[in-house]
Design a protein around this ligand. Structure first.
Ligand SMILES: Cc1cc2nc3c(=O)[nH]c(=O)nc-3n(C[C@H](O)[C@H](O)[C@H](O)COP(=O)(O)O)c2cc1C
Length: 212
C-alpha cells in the first residue's frame, strides 16, 4: 500500500493557513493512488521537543543507532523511510523554516544513519521519492512582488538532498497577511500549481510501477 507522509511545520497544524491546499493535494493523491495510507506528523510545540544535550552528545560521540537517545530520531526517520511521497506543509518564519521543522531536520539528518560524511561531502542513504513543499508566508519572497529574502527553499532542498531525497517541488502561498482576498487568491493559485504538478506525479508513479 503506498504511503504519504504529511509533515506539518505550522504551529496551527490542521488549522494552518495552507490547510485547504494541503487537503486538496492529499485528495489529488488519493485519486492517483486510491489505496494510499496518509500519515500525519504534527510538529506543534506540544508534539516535538528540541534536541537535548544528551542527543547532541550522542550525535558527536557517534553513539550506536539503537541507543535510546535516538528513539525520536528513529521514529521520524522510520516515517520518512517508509513513505512513497512526502508533503511538507510549512509557514515561513523569519525568512526560513519554523523552529519545529528545524528540529525535525535535526532529528532526521543523522550521521551514519541517513547520510554518510565523506571527504567530498555528505552522501544520503535514503531512496529518492517525490516531495511537495507547501510554503505559506505573510508577505512575498518570490516573483515580482518579492521584498524579502527566502532562506527557506534552498535550505530545505539542501537538507532533504543530504539524506538522498531530491525530487522536490515547491508550492508557494504568498501574501497571506494581505487580507482575505489576497489569501484566497494565493490559495487558488496554489491549487492551480498543484493541478499542474499532478500529471508529472502520475508519470513518475507509472515509471515506479513498471520498474518493479
Ligand atoms: C514567528 C513568525 C515569523 C514570521 N516570519 C515571516 C517571514 O519571515 N516572512 C513572511 O512573509 N511571513 C512571516 N510570517 C507570517 C507567516 O508566514 C504567515 O502568517 C503564514 O500564513 C502562516 O501560515 P500557517 O497558518 O501555515 O502557520 C511569520 C509569522 C510568525 C508567527
Amino acid at each position: 500500500m503506498p504511503r504519504v507522509l504529511v509533515v506539518h511545520g505550522s504551529p496551527h497544524a490542521y488549522e494552518s493557513s495552507g490547510a485547504s491546499v494541503v487537503e486538496f493535494l492529499v485528495a489529488q493523491i488519493h485519486a492517483v493512488w486510491p489505496t494510499v495510507e496518509v500519515v500525519h506528523r504534527l510538529l506543534s510545540a506540544s508534539e516535538i521537543i528540541l534536541p537535548s544535550a544528551a542527543y547532541a552528545t550522542a550525535v558527536l560521540d557517534r553513539a550506536a543507532n539503537d541507543s535510546s537517545v535516538f528513539e525520536l530520531s528513529e521514529t521520524l526517520i522510520g516515517e520518512l523511510e517508509s513513505c512513497d511521497l512526502l508533503i511538507i506543509a510549512t509557514p515561513m518564519h523569519n525568512f526560513t523554516v519554523p523552529a519545529a521543522l528545524k528540529a525535525w531536520i535535526d532529528y532526521v539528518l543523522l550521521i551514519n544513519r541517513t547520510f554518510d560524511a565523506t571527504p567530498t561531502g555528505k552522501i544520503g542513504r535514503l531512496n529518492d521519492r517525490p516531495v511537495f513543499v507547501v510554503v505559506t508566508s505573510g508577505g512575498f519572497h518570490q516573483g515580482e512582488r518579492a521584498n524579502q529574502a527566502d532562506f527557506l527553499s534552498d535550505y530545505l532542498r539542501y537538507a532533504l538532498q543530504t539524506v538522498g531525497v531530491k525530487s522536490i517541488k515547491f508550492v508557494y502561498l504568498q501574501g497571506m497577511a494581505y487580507g482575505e482576498n489576497a489569501a484566497s487568491s494565493a490559495i487558488t493559485e496554489g491549487i492551480k500549481c498543484i493541478q499542474s504538478l499532478i500529471p508529472e506525479l502520475l508519470k513518475q508513479q507509472e515509471r515506479d510501477c513498471t520498474s518493479v
